[in-house]
Write a protein that binds this ligand. Structure first.
Ligand SMILES: Cc1cc2nc3c(=O)[nH]c(=O)nc-3n(C[C@H](O)[C@H](O)[C@H](O)COP(=O)(O)O)c2cc1C
Length: 437
């Protein structure tokens, strides 16, 4: 991996625990401890069921499969958030924010700022955006040397800044052949697997058949074998990106129908999954992987903190938030201002921590104190010394509550009774597929 001054600083930071042995594709039975036999049996059955799918061609075969991923989120899942997230969960797959191919190309001399990450962040997926084959090829080539574990193309962003400028983001879904070409180009320029993150439709192109035609074309005409399905359509009528994540209804039945109709493709479900119980409920209905966005950011401790135990069957964690903050401090004070012009700022670096105390007594006071401390504190350490007393020791020193609850959530059960009719590719599509083969 390329190194720069910034990267060297990041690399000096080590998380407070050891990673599981590399090449650990099957969860060792000794990890399934501290939980009841019934739970252990359930985890074992789940792992067996997933084994076939875990034999997917991941570049990072040494990591556990992406049963849980944190969604790509612009201005949220930056290096700072991912550093904090990795202190809380060893196994969650982390995704970058979307990076436009053009940004990668224009910043060729300054790439570490955009692409370097601490090796502890593995497994990590880079999401790129774009609509120009040449630029996608060059950007992928430039990113390849950074050692991401998967490269993903954004086909789901409805922002007018993105989707309005020709076929970029979710607009790409209207041109599956182009997406197949783009994915072939991306795959040809990287040595790791490639994937697509998309919606279930765009405007009135929202039938299950149209979604299947998109998946069929892209998966048969390119090496794409993994799709992340944000299970609501996008509206390109000018509503805000935030409303586009709320207003179009979630249709999980489309996601589960894809599992039925494309048995050789890996699908990750995304959209509206808000708790560990809901992650497990999605898995119980057969989801290959679950991606969580807003909840993993806003309530990171409860969500991420329970991923290793509840989803990957690791022993209960003894990490406390005080320990997370202590480790994060080493990182934080080594990166403040490294890009010049005060960037990243103390505020940028503190922002991902707000989700650690979601719903806790003292959270509001701490945030207010931090807000005023930004004006005069120069280091993360001094900010913490000045403000953290707002947070009770009982919160700071509490280990994670074992959220491996037995609460049964039937969020997805209803979708199973709403599955659309099975998809079969049209004859001419099958002929094209044969020609391609
Ligand atoms: C602030 C923010 C920024 C986002 N940026 C991206 C992005 O860069 N690329 C992308 O594919 N999706 C992006 N999304 C969408 C999320 O990846 C995810 O699909 C969406 O939030 C639904 O998942 P959730 O209900 O678990 O949050 C963003 C979402 C938020 C809240």
């Amino acid at each position: 991996m390329m190194k720069s001054a910034g990267h060297a600083l990041l690399s000096s930071f080590k998380p407070p625990y050891c990673f599981p042995p590399k090449n650990c594709r099957r969860l060792p039975s000794n990890l399934v401890c501290g939980i009841s036999t019934a739970k252990s049996r359930k985890i074992h059955a789940y792992h067996q069921k997933q084994q076939r799918l875990s034999n997917f061609e991941m570049g990072a075969e040494q990591y556990l499969p992406p049963w849980f991923s944190v969604a790509p989120m612009m201005e949220w899942t930056d290096n700072h958030y991912r550093t904090m997230a990795r202190l809380v969960s060893k196994h969650a797959w982390l995704w970058t924010e979307m990076l436009a191919a053009e940004t990668i190309i224009y910043q060729e001399k300054n790439l570490d700022r955009f692409l370097a990450f601490n090796p502890d962040q593995h497994p990590i997926v880079l999401q790129i955006g774009g609509n120009n084959l040449e630029n996608l090829a060059k950007a992928t080539r430039l990113a390849n040397s950074y050692g991401y574990d998967e490269i993903n193309l954004n086909c789901g962003c409805p922002s007018p800044k993105v989707a309005g400028h020709g076929c970029f983001g979710v607009s790409l879904m209207l041109d599956p052949k182009f997406v197949a070409e783009a994915m072939s180009v991306i795959a040809a320029n990287t040595d790791v697997p490639v994937s697509v993150k998309c919606r279930i439709g765009v405007d009135d192109h929202d039938s299950y058949r149209e979604l299947c035609e998109f998946i069929h074309t892209v998966s048969t005409q390119s090496p794409t074998r993994h799709f992340v399905i944000h299970s609501r359509k996008a509206l390109l009528n000018g509503i805000s990106p935030a409303d586009n994540r709320k207003i179009p209804p979630l249709k999980y039945e489309f996601y589960y129908a894809l599992l039925r109709d494309f048995p050789d493709i890996r699908f990750t479900i995304n959209g509206g999954v808000n708790s560990i119980d809901e992650v497990r409920a999605a898995q119980n209905e057969g989801a290959h992987g679950v991606m969580v966005g807003r909840a993993a950011y806003n309530n990171s401790w409860a969500l991420l903190g329970n991923v290793d135990t509840a989803i990957y069957g690791a022993p209960p964690s003894t990490v406390t938030r005080r320990q997370v903050l202590e480790k994060y401090q080493v990182y934080a004070d080594s990166v403040i201002g490294i890009y010049g012009n005060g960037k990243p700022s103390l505020r940028d670096i503190v922002k991902p921590l707000y989700g650690l105390f979601w719903g806790e007594k003292g959270n509001g006071v701490w945030k207010r104190n931090a807000d005023s401390a930004f004006h005069h504190c120069k280091t993360f350490k001094s900010l913490m010394e000045e403000t953290i007393s707002a947070m009770p020791d009982s919160v700071l020193d509490a280990p994670l509550v074992d959220a491996y609850s037995t609460t049964s959530v039937d969020k997805f059960a209803n979708s199973m009774s709403l599955l659309p009719l099975p998809y079969t590719a049209k004859e001419e599509e099958q002929e094209e597929e044969l020609l391609y083969a």
